[in-house]
Design a protein around this ligand. Structure first.
Ligand SMILES: [Zn+2]
Length: 417
């Protein structure tokens, strides 16, 4: 639909997991704002509010970095064994060759699930997260000030360091939330009619699920289709066994990181269903940034972008060999632009597998709509109807036999419905 899709688990973690201010709301009927007599502002509301939020984000970052420096000094003198566990502040920047951390998938929950709800993100929600974290940081600052430097302060410093790590993990989530808002509020502003249509579908799906009715056949058909690129190959290795092979090219030269990405995606896309099995093999080749930009002969004077450079993602992706899926870096928020473009924000194997689903032509099976909040910008609304489907929820969902059935049908390898 938009060609840019963000990282789902971030949104779900932020919307559902945090205690205060999580706004689970049903979308209001889109009556719009009353027309105003004052001239339209030169700048859209969402960017004005976004900059307010960024100011607060900067305050948090600066105070957090000062605390890191102070704590590092204390640990070096009085608890050097703890120093190694004090992680550096997140880079707070995005750019070429800035890699995310690949963090484990969330544990699978057992027991009854809460019914699907519409979850909302907005600048106001980002501000709530920031204010809460600034309060938590004040407590940490006070605790550090109260330390009386001496050998006996070791345990106190160790406890403060543990709290500091928790603060860092909150900061990472907040940074991701803010980038998510920038990405999607801009998308909404640029494509109102498309988002109006999805918002209507979202509301329809919400009502059907709340009445325990199945989703409409047209909606199910729309979210179940796939369109595997021609270079994706399928081979039947035994009567009930299929192997899907995908050529991948990447300019990430950290082999360990690439191996983690490959195995994370493959693991999710290996599906066993009774005696049927479906497997994915990624055939990864690495193109160094130098070769990507200067060619093999390196004749003309040229250079690859510097680490951290903000690059034109589309032009960058176009440099890769044709007929491969591209995995590269340089986005502020995980995106699909000519391939999978990683951001500095933590990512799970489930999210990478979800994005791979898009590269095989599956649309999102969750709905992202919006509400116009006037001077507050937009609220982005998300509704996840089926938490077992990886294209609906990359945190709890899995790749299902029906995903492979859809791919094989699209190729005419198994009969259509
Ligand atoms: Zn998606």
């Amino acid at each position: 639909m938009t060609g840019i899709r963000a990282l789902l688990p971030v949104a779900l973690v932020l919307g559902v997991g945090l205690p205060t201010g999580a706004q689970n709301t049903a979308p209001a009927p889109s009556t719009g704002q009353a027309p105003s007599t004052t001239p339209a502002p030169a700048e859209p509301a969402y960017t004005v509010r976004g900059r307010d939020v960024e100011r607060l984000q900067r305050t948090l970052r600066e105070r957090s970095e000062r605390l890191h420096t102070r704590l590092t000094g204390l640990l070096r003198s009085w608890a050097p064994d703890v120093l190694a566990t004090l992680e550096p502040p997140p880079p707070g920047v995005y750019g070429y060759q800035i890699l995310p951390r690949i963090i484990p998938d969330p544990p699978r929950k057992t027991g009854p699930r809460t019914p699907p709800q519409v979850v909302s993100y907005s600048w106001r929600w980002s501000e709530t997260l920031l204010s809460n974290e600034l309060q938590a940081l004040s407590k940490l600052e006070q605790a550090v000030e109260a330390v009386v430097p001496a050998a006996s302060s070791h345990d106190t410093l160790a406890a403060i360091t543990t709290d500091y790590r928790r603060h860092m993990s909150s900061r990472r989530m907040i940074d991701a939330d803010i980038d998510y808002n920038w990405l999607w509020q801009a998308a909404i502003a640029g494509q109102r009619p498309a988002f109006d249509a999805i918002t209507a579908t979202l509301e329809q799906a919400r009502q059907q699920i709340s009445r325990n009715e199945p989703l409409g056949a047209d909606v199910v058909a729309a979210i179940s289709r796939s369109n595997p690129p021609a270079y994706v190959s399928f081979r039947q290795t035994a009567p009930n066994q299929w192997l899907m092979t995908i050529p991948v090219s990447t300019d990430i030269t950290d082999a360990g990181f690439v191996a983690q990405v490959k195995s994370g995606i493959e693991k999710h896309w290996n599906v066993q269903d009774g005696d049927r099995s479906f497997r994915l093999e990624l055939s990864v080749s690495t193109v160094t940034p130098e070769v990507l930009y200067c060619g093999k002969d390196n004749a003309a004077p040229c250079r690859a972008p510097d680490r951290g450079a903000h690059i034109d993602l589309g032009a960058h992706a176009a440099r890769f060999p044709a007929n491969t899926i591209v995995i590269t870096t340089g986005a502020a928020s995980l995106r699909l632009v000519g391939g999978l473009v990683l951001s500095p924000h933590d990512v799970t194997p489930g999210t990478l597998a979800h994005e791979f689903g898009h590269l095989l032509g599956f649309p999102d099976a969750y709905f992202r709509g919006y509400r116009d909040l006037g001077p507050e910008g937009f609220a982005t609304l998300e509704f996840v109807p089926d938490r077992d489907d990886i294209m609906s929820d990359s945190g709890t969902g899995r790749v299902l036999p029906r995903h492979y059935e859809s791919l094989l049908r699209a190729r005419g390898l198994i009969p259509g419905l």
